[in-house]
Design a binder for this molecule. Structure first.
Ligand SMILES: C[S@@+](CC[C@H](N)C(=O)[O-])C[C@H]1O[C@@H](n2cnc3c(N)ncnc32)[C@H](O)[C@@H]1O
Length: 193
């Protein structure tokens, strides 16, 4: 099973009609649309991306899938956007997803960066409700991808030591290429990371 399918399995188990969720790297909108369908018209999905092209693609995907009404789109850096939601939306989100890297078929220089990603993850840890799920997929084969994933791995260890439940999944690959990795972190009622 591909990591994207595994991530969608976790989303399907977690999200219920009326839930609130955030896609912190909307890209072409596949995750945003999947989440918007799961939360339904009573729910809300905020899709964030730093590129207009990604937000336009996400809007088209949401429209095609009939779930634009319960969605909000924002062109922004995810760290700033998520920090701006604190403290008003603290402890209110059911899911926050990150799919790190660059927009497929686009300028590869516009990619997630470790400092901003870490700030966005920290804000996410405050925004999630108890029992809420943080999904982070990192692609480690492109320049900068491995060092960003190492920073995320360290951060995941920190929240685990604070009581979060953290799992990681990596496909077995036969070549020497470094496979992508999916972290699945669940917030407990202990203090935020
Ligand atoms: C791998 S793609 C996401 C794919 C997406 N999940 C999908 O379903 O198509 C990564 C996205 O992160 C975006 N991105 C890069 N830096 C960002 C930042 N600081 N804040 C928000 N989005 C960012 C890129 O523009 C790109 O669209």
């Amino acid at each position: 099973m591909r990591l994207t399918e595994l991530a969608h399995d976790y989303l399907a188990q977690q999200l219920k009609p009326g839930d609130r969720a955030i896609d912190a790297t909307a890209g072409n909108g596949h995750d945003s649309a999947y989440m918007a369908q799961l939360v339904g018209p009573e729910g809300h999905v905020l899709a964030i991306d730093i590129q207009h092209a990604a937000i336009n693609a996400t809007r088209a995907r949401l429209e095609a899938d009939g779930c634009l009404a319960q969605s909000e789109l924002r062109v922004a850096d995810h760290a700033s956007a998520l920090q701006a939601l604190c403290p008003k939306c603290t402890n209110s989100l059911s899911v926050i997803t990150f799919n790190l890297g660059y927009l497929p078929g686009s300028d590869k220089r516009i990619q997630t960066e470790p400092d901003s990603t870490l700030d966005a993850l920290h804000a996410s840890s405050q925004l999630l409700q108890s029992g809420g799920l943080l999904l982070v997929t990192a692609y480690r084969g492109h320049p900068g991808g491995l060092s960003e994933a190492d920073r995320v791995a360290d951060w995941m260890q920190q929240i685990q030591s604070r009581g979060w439940s953290v799992e990681s999944h990596e496909p077995v690959v036969s070549s020497t290429r470094v496979p992508p990795i999916l972290w699945v972190a669940r917030k407990t009622s202990t203090p935020d990371a």
